[in-house]
Design a protein around this ligand. Structure first.
Ligand code: CMC
Length: 435
């Protein structure tokens, strides 16, 4: 629904009346379309961190942070995690509906036949130091994809955009696994077309050429679920970065690279690695209170990693599913006495009963348990954010596709509240004084 309402804005000098459209989505908060605000009033809106600003219209993912609801294309995350594979979810996010068996078979076939990298692209890896962070390598190699796959880069062609999406979904696991193999000095493992998407990734990542890799179905299911839970999260920082980069018409591989860069930060996708580092730093249950105290101290930058979320103010539904997956994996491996897991459970229990965390509505987020699951799967902690990127790539490319196909799309160009010097004249260098 789209109606117009009058709004009166008062400042000390005058009242300004503006007529702005009031728009309802299919569910969730209504919005005031402020595109004409400047034209009508000469005012900009200021919203650093976008806490009250919808940056676009989207049909992909819906979150109700108060109720702890996450829907991909209308389907609850709990149902998708229970009944679907990651590739079904990829199809859903990109195409808008769950696939039929034929459509899924076709997607599996396409993805399976695009997993190899151009042979010259594999030379990139040897240019890096062995101790480079895998995210740094991933950034460079994903960015370089546009130099190798420029046969289908017409962003206004749906066929090209779909092919780019297939290439992204298919090649990122290969790049992630190669980044890891390079860092530990082991040979790259080629993709195997007889394996499923997740089995193939596990084989490339954890297998070696001297042995046959036999995937454990519980581990495969756990990793598949991790990818589903990370697949999309509406206009989060990295997705918004991808959209902003894409709004200039930049190619999709460049845009996905900008998303990877943004994801790397500890407040976003770097949190899963940070959680594990934090648990190792805490070390023992007896130290928990000290760290809880630090997390509450305004003068201490320490935060309880894996806690809190910009949108979820009740619970993060992904965290619940991840906690259950964590139990399944540790049961399968007989690791329930794993000291890190015990420490995490204790820390979660203490924080959830602490007034500071209760009052600020800080609950465990998806990253609190994903690190423990990934560690149990044999993934080293410096690969965790790359794993997040692997899952989120389908979300990024789906949002990019949605944006590019929108006829109303224009370049993203925020304004600012300027607080610097006003006009001043340049003086001769000899007349300048130190300020
Ligand atoms: N530990 C201690 N205090 C916290 C924490 C935390 N993890 N998170 C927020 N707070 C406090 C914060 O100090 C602030 O206090 P005050 O109001 O007194 O200034 C208040 O809670 C609100 O925090 P905020 O930083 O203003 O909230 P935000 O919505 O801007 O930040 C967040 C959300 C996720 C960046 C933040 O909660 C955080 O840094 N958490 C730890 C990092 C983390 O786990 N990130 C993963 C997010 S989930 C994965 C993803 O979607 O990317």
């Amino acid at each position: 629904m789209n109606t117009e309402r009058n709004y009166t804005l008062n400042d000390e000098n005058a009242s300004l009346i503006c007529k702005l459209p009031f728009i309802s989505g299919s569910v969730g908060p209504n919005v005031i379309d402020i595109q004409a605000l400047y034209k009508q009033t000469g005012l900009f809106a200021l919203d650093p961190g976008f806490t009250s600003t919808a940056s676009c219209r989207s049909k992909i993912t819906y979150i109700d942070g108060e109720a702890g609801i996450l829907l991909y294309r209308g389907y609850p995350i709990e149902q998708l995690a229970e009944h679907c594979s990651f590739l079904e979810v990829c199809y859903l996010l990109m195409q808008g509906n769950l696939p039929t068996q034929d459509q899924l078979d076709q997607l599996i076939n396409q993805v399976t036949h695009h997993t190899l990298l151009h042979d010259q692209l594999t030379n990139f890896f040897s240019g890096f130091r062995r101790d480079a962070h895998p995210m740094a390598i991933m950034l460079a190699v994903v960015g370089a994809l546009s130099a190798f796959y420029h046969d289908a880069l017409d962003i206004h062609s749906k066929d090209d955009r779909d092919l780019c999406a297939i290439r992204i979904i298919a090649k990122i696991p290969t790049i992630v696994a190669m980044s890891y193999k390079y860092s530990i000095g082991l040979p790259f493992m080629f993709p195997k077309n007889n394996l499923s998407y997740v089995e193939n990734f596990m084989c490339m990542m954890l297998g070696n050429p001297c042995e046959t890799f036999i995937p454990n179905p519980v581990m495969v299911r756990a990793l598949d679920r991790i990818l589903i839970l990370h697949a999309d999260h509406e206009q989060n920082a990295s997705t918004s970065t991808v959209r902003l980069a894409g709004s200039s018409g930049a190619n999709p591989y460049a845009c996905i690279t900008s998303g990877i860069a943004c994801l790397w930060g500890p407040a976003h996708g770097g949190a899963n690695e940070a959680v594990l580092n934090m648990l190792m730093e805490i070390g023992d249950v007896s130290n928990i209170n000290h760290y809880i105290k630090r997390a509450k101290d305004k003068n201490d930058p320490f935060r309880l990693m894996g806690f809190g979320h910009r949108v979820y103010k009740n619970h993060d539904p992904r965290a619940k599913l991840m906690r259950a997956t964590c139990h399944e994996v540790l049961d399968e491996l007989g690791l329930h006495d794993d000291p890190l897991f015990k420490l995490a459970l204790k820390l979660e229990g203490i924080a959830l009963e602490d007034d500071y965390f209760i009052n600020k509505k800080l609950y465990p987020n998806v990253d609190f348990y994903s690190g423990i699951v990934l560690k149990a799967l044999g993934i080293p902690s410096n690969m965790f954010t790359a794993m997040f990127a692997m899952g989120r790539s389908i979300g990024w490319i789906s949002h990019w596709d949605e944006m590019i196909s929108d006829p109303a799309q224009k370049i993203g160009r925020p304004r600012q509240l300027y607080t610097g010097e006003t006009h001043r004249d340049v003086t001769k260098i000899t007349d300048r004084i130190v300020k």
